[in-house]
Design a protein around this ligand. Structure first.
Ligand code: ISE
Length: 340
């Protein structure tokens, strides 16, 4: 049995607790840690965790904790990942590793110095069957050379009223930045960012156009106030055909002269299967120390942060901004699904 601690018992921490208790029989929920004691206790009681705590660092270093899931607020991800590295414990860290590429580099350095991988990043879309099949269509040659990838990412509404276009790029778009790099196996080289005008105060969609090192074009629409449902679409276009994601819906209703399918209110239902696969891969990583083939590493977290930083610059300047990555450290060469 691998004894897991979950840091953060909010929306994602609770979802991880549920998946671990229901889908990972070789894992034990040892501790739920949250600053809000009542919240930690509720999640621990619901999913059968042994203990609760409120201090993340102390939880990470407990001798009855073998591995850690970090699902606390974004700004804690990098420091807590470093605490896990220092304690020699594998960690599944929710995205983003950090919104600062510099801070991502510090985590990479700490991991490198520790001499083996410890951090798996929660970019769960790599485990979603639609992206798996898109990638497959490229690797098995069905699609020919990739030309374009179109992406739409729509939320019902923003989590906070003061959400900005820049936040759409740093908070939501990293999912696309990561999974597109993974599917195409190529790095981004430039980005432009545009916004239409809304008639109210809410943040308008952000539309980005990115170029890759292999001459592909990628479009990403982030609409955090789409109003109607959680809706992610993608289409990979190659020289010999295209692969498009289907809306995931188990039923269709036909009533009153109309046919309809449902949308979820957020991402947890749409990506449930991907989260389960991701968490199983993490458990295997914790058990064996072998980094999972398709998982995101600290390097991928760094790349997503660099693209987002360039995206924010592009939105501000209205110009095409270059995307420049540092040389990929050898340490990460075999560790992510994107070619070195
Ligand atoms: C949000 O920021 C997330 O992190 C979710 O994983 C994503 O699916 C959602 O659409 C984002 O806005």
């Amino acid at each position: 049995m691998t004894r897991l601690a979950i840091i953060g018992a909010g929306l994602m921490g609770e979802d991880h607790a549920k998946i671990i208790s229901q889908e990972l029989p070789r894992a034990e929920l040892q501790v739920i840690c949250d600053m809000d004691a009542a919240r930690a206790k509720r999640v621990a009681d619901t999913f059968g965790a042994k203990d609760v705590a409120s201090d993340p660092e102390a939880t990470i270093s407990r001798s009855d904790v073998d591995a850690v899931v970090v699902a606390s607020p974004d700004f804690t991800h990098a420091p807590l990942s470093r605490a896990c590295i220092a304690a020699g414990k594998p960690v599944l860290c929710e995205k983003p590793l950090s919104q600062s590429s510099e801070e991502c580099q510090q985590v990479m350095q700490a991991e490198h110095a520790a001499g083996r991988p410890f951090v798996m990043l929660g970019f769960m879309r790599r485990y979603d069957q639609s992206y798996v099949e898109m990638r497959q269509a490229l690797t098995d040659g069905t699609l020919g050379r990739a030309l374009m990838m179109h992406n739409y990412h729509r939320n019902v509404e923003t989590p906070a009223a003061d959400f900005t276009g820049a936040m759409a790029i740093t908070n939501s778009a990293p999912h696309e930045f990561d999974v597109v790099r993974h599917v195409l196996g190529s790095e981004f080289t430039s980005i432009t960012a545009h916004q239409p005008r809304r008639s109210d105060e809410r943040v308008a969609p952000v539309v980005m156009v990115l170029e890759t090192a292999d001459g592909q074009l990628v479009t990403v629409e982030i609409n955090n106030n789409a109003g109607y449902g959680y809706d992610v679409r993608a289409e990979l276009v190659g020289e010999a055909g295209s692969v498009a994601m289907n809306n995931v819906a188990y039923t269709r209703s036909d009533t009153k002269l109309a046919s309809s399918t449902r949308y979820d209110a957020d991402w947890r239902g749409r990506y449930h299967a991907a989260y389960v696969r991701q968490n199983r891969a993490f458990l295997q990583f914790a058990e064996t120390g072998r980094f999972p083939d398709i998982a995101s590493s600290c390097w991928d977290g760094y790349c997503a942060a660099i693209v987002a930083e360039a995206g924010v610059r592009a939105l501000e300047s209205g110009r095409k901004e270059p995307i420049t990555l540092m040389t990929k450290p050898d340490f990460y060469a075999g560790q992510s699904g994107v070619a070195a």
